[in-house]
Design a protein around this ligand. Structure first.
Ligand SMILES: Nc1nc2c(c(=O)[nH]1)N[C@H]1C(S)=C(S)[C@@H](COP(=O)(O)OP(=O)(O)OC[C@H]3O[C@@H](n4cnc5c(=O)[nH]c(N)nc54)[C@H](O)[C@@H]3O)O[C@H]1N2
Ligand SMILES: Nc1nc2c(c(=O)[nH]1)N[C@H]1C(S)=C(S)[C@@H](COP(=O)(O)OP(=O)(O)OC[C@H]3O[C@@H](n4cnc5c(=O)[nH]c(N)nc54)[C@H](O)[C@@H]3O)O[C@H]1N2
Ligand code: SF4
Ligand SMILES: [Mo]
Length: 747
């Protein structure tokens, strides 16, 4: 196939770099850092001193069509911030927690790290160093490659229950062989106007607020674009959002009961025969078993569990089941409950039995996840080393999806040294004690005993101050080259360097340099551009070629399961043991898990532990995203901090009056495990007087470094234990019982 046929290209009016009114304009894709999951098209303006002064949306890029959110518009303030880490630093191990870092050169830093990591590998085995990252920033693939080329199978996220995205990915990979996304025409250059495309009749937004979060390859504005073209939406959210207000119905679900709701909707769709019989017959496995299971979830019972109206559940199920086409855009809330996997399985079954698969405006499986986290370099590990991956024996589903360690097992192993001791940590793109982990004191105490901790970040953080022996300063995306490695349908995009700050280096450069010291054959490239070109091998373009033409869209067609395009052997069907979408999951049965979806009550919770309700009467969900902040980032960026100066807890007016709270009061939010300080915001966006909702990831960059920027007073994960679901996936970050009481003077 000729290259012109293989890709559909955008027509650019100007080259990727040009001059305009005294500025140099560089076209490219926005990636991290600072954090974001997407890759919106940007135009970056630099002045004659090479300083980034302005960022605008690229109107030629079909992904975002010129639109940007505030964090990209305010990027120059981040890149040029005087709070940036500007050079490598080291600190004696016995001074951890003290603000006594010493500037060193890159050579010294890399020489020391190389020597110390090798020493540990020689004495204890490379598996005794864990390589940890935060959310999917585009460095992910090179962190895993660094771990695996070093010989350690222990790469991953230090998040209890791996409760972000991985439950969804692993759940989908093990039951369908692919990962599914809503078809918003994102795979077409001409988007909504493409002749193959049809607007979904109904989209369900389930535990996801995409206008703010823009997560996992999904740009929130697509929802409003589609609504303008006639799409109806249904939202599932205990809080009222901008989209919820415009929905046919918002199901104000009790946090943590999503599996029950999905099973109740399946009950309606199956018993009222709204599903696609032909599709189920031909392409699904285990429908009869699912039918039996959903009889255990009649709508009235589900309404009771979820604190919803039965009629609203019926209305949502009917609107979706009767539609010509439809899709479900789900979010973090479905991962952040302990029994996440069965919740995910139940939600996915709704569109699966409706046959909304591989058709325009339905769910599509991105042709190939080029490489993201798990794929790039997994062959570097010997089977013997791979078998040492933390959690793999206990949780066999870790075989599906991303090749990561299991975080709760890692936490325990750091404390017990069983079956082997953890000696060192490489923390790249994670502020673990402020955000990523559960119970942050546990990680803190265990990591203080490690022989070496290296952190790679843009800014000083509580995690670095508490733990790091070496700190390497990373680049923001305008300071580096890169390529898009992400989820959703792939497209060729490049990130293009247009400025420099201090001695900062890109994460990819750092990992390439260190990686080739550990294992030269695994890192054969002379520089990062050559490394990126290797990834684009087979596309007909190298990095520089892609930079000229990006974004490049691979050809796309629907019905790929029927055409044999979803299985490696080219046979029609899905990449599962039965070749079908498994409503009854073989892989779950093999892992001694219930092969059918079910609902597990959040524990603690109002139903499973009613005895706690006297003391802890409110149901807390955490971490609903806000515009200006990405996790624990941006609190040190004045304009963005001004949008959210304080850590907020949203409280319903009735609860506020019951507990004598006023707007602006400072309270402790406490459960039986721990507490965090919050400022009260009384609001009716909470749709039940028992619900409250708070920010996650708070610390005060302006605070005392040696008090770790107050992180242990502010991190809401003080209340979250390290306890995953039965499968190793899922954890109760978004459903717990709490009480609120006023902070005393001087606290
Ligand atoms: N209670 C509660 N806790 C949660 C959540 C919740 O909803 N509720 N959400 C969870 C979820 S979904 C996730 S994914 C995790 C996220 O957890 P993390 O990803 O660990 O988030 P951060 O704490 O922001 O840590 C990111 C760090 O990486 C740095 N950084 C940003 N970009 C770059 C880069 O390009 N290179 C380098 N080297 N560093 C960079 C930032 O400055 C920051 O210090 O948090 C989880 N924690
Ligand atoms: N601005 C910004 N954007 C981000 C991030 C950020 O920190 N800041 N983080 C990124 C990351 S790593 C992730 S994972 C995504 C997450 O982004 P989303 O998937 O959108 O998740 P949240 O914003 O945590 O929650 C979405 C909605 O779920 C609702 N909710 C809370 N509890 C429940 C529940 O039990 N059930 C249901 N059905 N709904 C519930 C909340 O009220 C909220 O409106 O955002 C990404 N994008
Ligand atoms: S979603 Fe927002 S922050 Fe992320 S790349 Fe796009 S404009 Fe930037
Ligand atoms: Mo996340």
């Amino acid at each position: 196939m000729s290259e012109e046929k293989k890709y559909v290209l955008v027509e650019h009016e100007k080259p990727w770099r040009y001059e305009e009114e005294g500025y140099t304009v560089t076209r490219g894709s926005a990636w991290t850092g600072p954090g974001c999951h997407l890759g919106c098209g940007v135009l970056m303006y630099t002045n004659d001193e090479g300083k980034l002064v302005k960022v605008e949306g690229d109107p030629e890029n079909p992904f975002n069509k010129g639109r940007l959110c505030v964090r990209c518009l305010d990027l120059p303030e981040v890149t040029n911030s005087d709070k940036r880490l500007l050079y490598p630093m080291k600190r004696d191990k016995d001074k951890r927690g003290k603000n006594e870092f010493e500037r060193i050169s890159w050579d010294e830093a890399l020489d020391d790290i190389e020597a110390k990591f090798n020493e540990i590998a020689d004495s204890s085995g490379p598996e005794s160093i864990v390589f940890l990252q935060g959310t999917g920033r585009d460095i992910a693939s090179w962190i895993s490659r660094l771990a695996w080329s070093f010989g350690s199978p222990n790469y991953g996220f230090p998040l209890s229950g791996l409760a972000c995205y991985l439950p969804r990915v692993s759940g989908m990979m093990s039951t369908t062989g692919s990962f599914w996304v809503c078809d918003c025409s994102q795979q077409f250059v001409d988007r909504y106007d493409n002749e193959q495309y049809e607007v979904p009749e109904v989209m369900i937004l389930w535990g996801n607020n995409p206008l703010i979060s823009n997560s996992d390859g999904f740009f929130g504005h697509w929802v409003t674009d589609l609504m303008k073209r006639g799409m109806k939406i249904i939202t599932v959210d205990p809080r009222m959002t901008w989209l919820g207000r415009r929905a046919e119905v918002n199901l104000a679900i009790r946090p943590g009961t999503d599996a029950a709701l999905a099973l109740g909707m399946l009950n309606v769709i199956i018993n009222e025969e709204l599903y696609d019989k032909e599709f189920v017959d031909k392409w699904c496995y285990g429908f009869d078993e699912l039918c039996k299971r959903v009889q255990e979830y009649p709508v009235e019972k589900v309404a009771n569990i979820c604190w919803l109206e039965a009629e609203d559940i019926r209305m949502a199920a009917r609107a979706f089941g009767n539609a010509k086409n439809g899709c479900i855009q789900w979010g973090l809330a479905v991962d952040m409950v302990r029994e996440a996997l069965p919740a995910i399985q139940a939600i996915a079954a709704i569109y699966q039995i409706c046959g909304y698969i591989e058709k325009p405006g339905c769910m599509i499986a991105p042709p190939e996840i080029l490489f993201y986290g798990g794929g790039f370099g997994s062959d570097l590990l010997t089977p013997e080393q791979e078998a040492k991956r933390i959690g793999l024996q206990k949780y066999p589903l870790l075989h599906h999806g991303f090749a990561t360690l299991q975080a709760d097992e890692m936490m325990a192993q750091m404390e017990t040294a069983d079956p082997y001791a953890i000696k060192g940590a490489w923390l790249q793109t994670t502020n673990t004690i402020a955000c990523m982990g559960a119970d942050p004191k546990r990680f803190y105490n265990a990591a203080r005993n490690l022989d070496i901790v290296v952190c790679i970040d843009l800014f000083m953080t509580p995690t670095i101050m508490a733990l790091a022996d070496y700190v390497l300063p990373a680049a923001t995306f305008p300071e580096r080259d890169g390529i898009r490695v992400g989820d959703g349908p792939q497209r060729g995009e490049t990130i293009n360097k247009c400025t420099s700050v201090g001695e900062c280096r890109s994460d990819m450069e750092i990992n390439l340099e260190l990686g080739r010291r550990f294992n030269p054959s695994a890192w054969p490239w002379k520089d990062v551009q050559e490394m990126f070109s290797a990834v684009y091998d087979g596309t007909g373009y190298d990095f520089k070629g892609m930079r000229e033409i990006a974004p490049a869209y691979p050809q796309f067609s629907y019905d790929r399961h029927a055409k044999g395009m979803l299985r490696q052997d080219g046979q029609p069907g899905f990449n599962t043991p039965t070749g079908r979408i498994e409503l009854w999951a073989t892989q779950y049965a093999n892992a001694d898990l219930d092969p059918l979806p079910y609902f597990g009550e959040p524990d603690p919770g109002p139903t499973s532990t009613p005895e706690l309700l006297n003391e802890y009467p409110l149901i807390l969900t955490t971490g609903a995203r806000n515009w200006g902040m990405f996790h624990s980032e941006h609190r040190n960026i004045p304009r963005l901090r001004a949008m959210r100066p304080d850590p907020i807890i949203e409280v319903h007016p009735e609860a506020a009056s019951e507990y004598g709270l006023k707007d602006g009061d400072w309270v402790w939010v406490e459960n039986q495990r721990g507490r965090a300080k919050r400022k009260v915001q009384i609001t009716t966006v909470l749709l039940n007087s028992k619900y409250c909702s708070t920010d996650h990831a708070w610390w005060y960059p302006e605070g005392d470094p040696e008090k770790l920027f107050d992180v242990f007073d502010l991190n809401i994960n003080n209340s979250v234990p390290w306890v995953p679901g039965k499968s190793g996936f899922g954890s109760n970050y978004k459903c717990m019982l709490v009480k609120l009481y006023k902070v005393k003077d001087g606290e």
